[in-house]
Design a protein around this ligand. Structure first.
Ligand code: NAD
Ligand code: GLY
Length: 359
């Protein structure tokens, strides 16, 4: 069992990483004692993991709110659906929600927890690699709006995060690869040795070596916890976690949510951000190649959709949440293993970037 903490004063919480957290979650009984428990999950995950998880609950008095599977259900409609479920079951302020699933379930459940009766407790039980290394930690909760992804939400921290990396054994390989994109991201923004560790262990990671995956998930959570503890609401440092996301969100929006997985779009976005850094002389050709090669090793896309022009990207990027006074702000490598936020990228530079990218 690996354990670490997100240090946010009285809102601090533990993250537990183990191969058996679904059947034996430390302190869960204490957190849930005497409270109504509502587990939110989806139609894919619940049949595989709901019984396993609930078998350890202190009482059988829990409710399960099951929603359909898909990014399109991270919506105001399903936000309302879960709130209605809670009201219909007379759930009071002492109710604890448990998000059992990937980032979609975690973001949606967290946002309901932030709003229902002005805020109730929730616990994250992430079951995808992406949610174990990123979305379950740090308290970003949200739903999508037809006019933009994650546009309605709140910063609201969970009470605990229970990661069971055995759940990755049932995860489709495309989803596993999408999670690896976020893992590579941590190496690029923060820790060049971690990037090298991933490079040196591609085969073992692809084979789902449990010990190695636990260590990787731990290091990602550790980096995220360090960043969130310093900048919970993204006044500065936390924006670095958005490496690849400015370009990536544009791809997701243009291609239709769910067609490109979030991690796939981030992978291509990281390539574009690295190419921009290369054009600015911040990365060498060899370093750029290492980044593209590692992303390719995990069968992640490194090229933007050929149907998308520079203008298509800009159309979406002008809506990015990082923007200030209408200026698009990008996170790009400032060196190999470090990133910076830049707000002086010209239209001409972007055109040059897409020319380089296409070749
Ligand atoms: P997801 O939640 O859609 O899960 C991916 C697919 O895997 C789904 O079909 C799901 O049902 C299935 N699944 C989940 N666990 C499984 C398992 N163990 N076995 C078999 N199937 C399983 O996608 P995701 O990649 O986990 O999350 C993406 C979402 O996370 C996006 O909405 C993105 O915006 C959000 N996100 C949020 C943050 C944050 O900080 N809050 C960070 C990154 C991404
Ligand atoms: N996934 C980016 C963040 O949590 O800030």
């Amino acid at each position: 069992m690996l354990e670490l903490s997100v240090n946010l004063g009285e809102r601090s919480y533990p993250i537990y990483i183990a191969q058996n957290n679904l059947t034996d979650s430390p302190n869960l009984s204490n957190i849930l004692a005497g409270r109504k428990v509502v587990i939110v999950s989806n139609e894919t995950i619940a049949p595989i993991y709901l019984d396993k998880f609930t078998s350890q609950l202190p009482s059988h008095d829990f409710l399960a709110c099951i929603i359909p599977d898909g990014e399109q259900f991270k919506s105001l409609e399903y936000f309302e659906f879960i709130n209605r479920f809670l009201l219909e079951h007379n759930c009071g302020r002492d109710t604890c929600l448990i998000a059992l699933g990937g980032g979609v379930i975690g973001d949606l459940t967290g946002f309901v927890a932030a709003c229902y009766q002005r805020g109730i407790d929730f616990i994250q039980v992430p079951t995808t690699l992406l949610s174990q290394v990123d979305s379950s930690v740090g308290g970003k909760t949200a739903v999508n709006h037809p006019l933009g992804k994650n546009m309605i939400g709140a910063f609201y921290q969970p009470k605990a995060v229970y990661i069971d990396n055995n759940t990755l054994n049932t995860l489709p390989s495309r989803e596993f690869a999408a999670g690896i994109a976020e893992v590579i991201k941590y190496g690029l923004i923060y820790d060049v040795d971690f990037f090298k560790y991933i490079e040196d262990n591609v085969a073992e990671i692809k084979a789902h070596n449990s010990e190695q995956l636990s260590q990787i998930i731990y290091r990602c959570c550790e980096i995220k916890a360090e960043i969130v503890a310093q900048d919970e609401k993204e006044a500065g440092l936390r924006a670095l976690l958005n490496l690849g996301h400015t370009f990536g969100h544009a791809i997701e929006a243009e291609m239709g949510y769910g067609n490109w997985l979030h991690g796939e779009a981030v992978a291509t976005g990281m390539v574009l951000a690295s190419q921009l850094a290369y054009l600015r002389g911040k990365l060498s050709e060899v370093e750029l190649k290492r980044i593209v090669n590692l992303i390719t090793e995990f069968e992640l896309p490194v090229s933007a959709p050929s149907s998308m022009s520079c203008t298509d990207f800009v159309k979406h990027m002008v809506k990015d949440k990082k923007n200030k006074q209408g200026v698009i702000r990008f996170i790009i490598p400032s060196k190999f293993g470090g990133c910076e936020l830049v707000d002086d990228v010209t239209q001409q530079e972007l055109e040059e970037l897409f020319k380089l990218h296409a070749n």
